[in-house]
Design a protein around this ligand. Structure first.
Ligand code: F3S
Length: 415
């Protein structure tokens, strides 16, 4: 790769050992993907902030960067850590695990990252603009940034994310380049009584189908109304990224690079056209439900982290009802939303109903062994996709209304 004088000096250690190591890692990444040069980014989002996911090696890497004088050169936000920083004891996180998490959190803060601790950094805070070159990790955030905002990021993962933040550079490759953002496959939604666009839970299902139908490709979706909300697109993005590692999709007439068919495919024709109808919706529902009935242990929402309107909606659906005593009901969100919930009194309503609001974290990055959860209901396709493997639980995917009804009753019955 051809490096500028400044990049070369960074690699030779002019900005310290950590920056040299980061530049060397990114250069190797660029060489693997055939990039010819580096390019500047204006912000980064770090996924390697959860101790459970990256373990001892990740902690050692972060602390080694700190010891090597690492400082981020661009505004850098952080994905969830492995504990609710203020209330980890309430959620039975073991003290030795909390201590390791805290060391990792401190390492990133010492490098100058911003303590956002959220997997939905596009909701509040440093939101990139259309066309902006960024280096984001966390699959749902990458997909949302590329597809919904039209910012440009490759699929960065653990460790390359912080290297990008420290150097302020990434290889010029992948989705950073406009020619690599061309739609490849056309997915046409067919009219069906099972596709109700006013129902939030249809969007994660569509996303799940998009990911499993076009894994690793750039799909163009035809048939979604432009009244779709950003929260609905959040659910779609997270599901598409989970089921098929989709890092960019276009929605005709909705997302910024697909105002026309010609724009979406950059003047070319799709490689394939696939219809999506009832059969696919039913299949997606089945894949996201591993058991049909039983006693509910946990209801969870906020994967990705819930926005304020989503929590407001939960309060409306609860309508003053309390969840069954044997059921835990958790909402995952960030501290900004938590603060607004406190100020508006909605937190009191949730507490009255027995719902706990969790911040800073993702429960899939907790040690959940001592919870003994067996059946979890959720309105998140991403959570339903990963939880059976990562937490050893059965899941039922359904609308928010269905999750609330199951939590209030304490069980789900086959109808
Ligand atoms: Fe966020 Fe965890 Fe879901 S990181 S997207 S809450 S699996």
């Amino acid at each position: 790769m051809k490096l500028t004088d400044e990049e070369q000096r960074m690699m030779e250690g002019e900005h310290g050992k950590a920056a040299a190591m980061a530049m060397s890692i990114l250069t190797k990444l660029g060489q693997i993907y055939g990039a010819e040069e580096m390019m500047p980014i204006s912000q980064a989002h770090i996924d390697s902030s959860a101790y459970k996911t990256i373990g001892e090696a990740g902690l050692e890497f972060a602390e080694k960067l700190v010891d090597g004088g690492a400082r981020v050169r661009v505004p850098t936000t952080l994905n969830p850590t492995s504990r609710d920083i203020k209330r980890w004891q309430e959620f039975r996180i073991p003290p030795n695990f909390a201590e390791k998490s805290e060391r990792l959190e401190q390492a990133y803060l010492r490098m100058g990252a911003i303590p956002t601790w959220t997997c939905a950094p596009y909701l509040y805070g440093l939101i990139p603009h259309f066309g902006q070159q960024i280096a984001w990790a966390e699959s749902n955030a990458i997909t949302f940034a590329n597809s919904v905002i039209g910012a440009r990021t490759a699929r960065y993962g653990d460790f390359t994310d912080i290297c990008a933040a420290i150097t302020g550079k990434v290889p010029k490759f992948s989705l950073h380049l406009p020619q690599n953002r061309r739609g490849e496959i056309l997915l046409k939604l067919q009219p069906s009584s099972l596709i109700d666009f006013s129902e939030d839970s249809i969007y994660p299902l569509i996303g799940y189908i998009v990911g499993s139908t076009a894994p690793g490709r750039i799909p163009v979706i035809d048939g979604i109304p432009n009244s779709v909300t950003s929260d609905q697109l959040k659910g779609l993005s997270a599901a598409a990224a989970s089921s098929g590692a989709v890092a960019l999709f276009h929605i005709l007439g909705v997302t910024p690079e697909a105002s026309t068919y010609k724009d979406a495919f950059q003047g070319k024709e799709p490689l394939q056209v696939i219809n999506i109808g009832e059969e696919e919706i039913l299949k997606a529902k089945q894949s996201l439900t591993t058991i049909e009935e039983g006693k509910v242990d946990l209801a969870i929402t906020g994967c990705p982290h819930a926005s304020f309107p989503e929590v407001e909606r939960l309060v409306q659906v609860l309508d003053g009802r309390r969840v069954c005593q044997e059921v835990e009901f958790w909402v995952q969100t960030n501290r900004i939303v938590y603060c607004w919930l406190e100020q508006t009194g909605l937190l009191d309503s949730l507490n009255f109903s027995g719902v706990k609001v969790i911040t800073d974290t993702c429960i899939l990055s907790w040690p959940l062994d001592n919870w003994n959860f067996h059946l979890v209901v959720t309105n998140s396709a991403k959570f339903a996709h990963y939880a059976p493997g990562m937490a050893g639980v059965h899941v039922i995917f359904g609308s928010l209304e269905k999750c609330v009804a199951a939590a209030v009753k304490g069980e789900v019955r086959r109808v």
